[in-house]
Design a protein around this ligand. Structure first.
Ligand code: ADP
Ligand code: ADP
Length: 229
């Protein structure tokens, strides 16, 4: 059983716009892959179906053994513990320190204080933010802010991390740094699905790439196919 399966998924928004059309794919345990395509191709929508910010119009999304069609109410919050989310604009709380921002998901799930402190410290150290835990987000560089967003997404050790244009506001060097961080996650039990329209960056990573075009999955490129180009 893989970590994620889209089974003939379509999404039509209420305005009538078809954002995804009959999309099917599987993600294996411990896999890292990209979804790419032009603006409006359906990348964000695809990720939103995984963390249940949106629901499919047709078809099913399966997360491990869980059919998301059956996840409602309180179970949505439980599901989201298994899916870390990274946004382009990182969405940090401006009046909380770095450590408080990262602690938030663990506080919400009622972990013990000592446990939270230990996990937050470990996540910040992994992201090279060990010295920044008392800083406020506005005191950080753009790259550091994005790393705090990633620390918050992985602190609960999710089965899957989904990232929507995580390097959209970063220069090429910082973008590469963030991608290198993502690459370390599968070995620690977190699969990674990154949406990016930056084809050059995506190709350099030599991972599997799902290509969306106007809501259709038009290609599923394997790393071997990218190797010699
Ligand atoms: P991408 O992330 O690839 O830019 P999106 O998933 O954001 O693509 O959008 C896919 C299409 O669905 C676009 O045409 C967009 O305008 C439309 N769309 C996205 N969200 C909504 C919404 N909430 N209501 C109506 N249309 C939407
Ligand atoms: P993204 O490209 O990251 O999805 P956008 O700026 O396109 O971000 O969209 C911001 C918000 O507006 C999202 O929640 C998206 O679902 C919604 N949205 C996007 N396109 C449309 C649309 N055509 N009609 C209504 N809502 C939309």
């Amino acid at each position: 059983m893989g970590v994620l399966r889209f089974d003939n998924v379509s999404k039509q928004y209420s305005g009538g716009h078809v954002a995804l059309a009959d999309v099917s794919f599987d993600v294996g345990e411990g896999e890292m892959l990209f979804v790419t395509g032009h603006s409006g191709a359906g990348k964000s929508t695809l990720l939103k179906l995984v963390h249940l910010s949106e629901r499919p119009s047709r078809g099913a999304v399966l997360f491990a053994e869980r059919n998301l069609l059956r996840v409602h109410g309180r179970k949505v919050a439980l599901h989201r513990r298994d899916v870390g989310v990274v946004f382009q604009d990182h969405r940090l709380l401006a009046d909380r320190t770095v450590a408080e921002n990262v602690a938030l998901p663990l506080i919400l799930r009622g972990l013990r204080r000592a446990d939270i402190a230990r996990r937050v410290r470990s996540a910040l150290e992994r992201l090279g933010l060990g010295e920044r835990e008392r800083a406020l987000p506005t005191q950080l560089s753009a790259g550091e802010q994005q790393r705090v967003g990633i620390a918050r997404a992985i602190v609960g050790e999710p089965r899957l991390l989904v990232a929507d244009e995580p390097t959209g506001n970063l220069d090429p060097t910082l973008s590469a740094e963030i991608m290198t961080l993502f690459e370390t996650l599968p070995a620690r039990g977190t699969s990674v699905l990154v949406a990016s329209h930056d084809l050059a960056l995506v190709r350099r990573m030599r991972k599997r790439v799902l290509v969306l075009d106007q809501g259709r999955l038009v290609d599923d490129i394997r790393p071997e196919e990218l190797a010699d180009e």
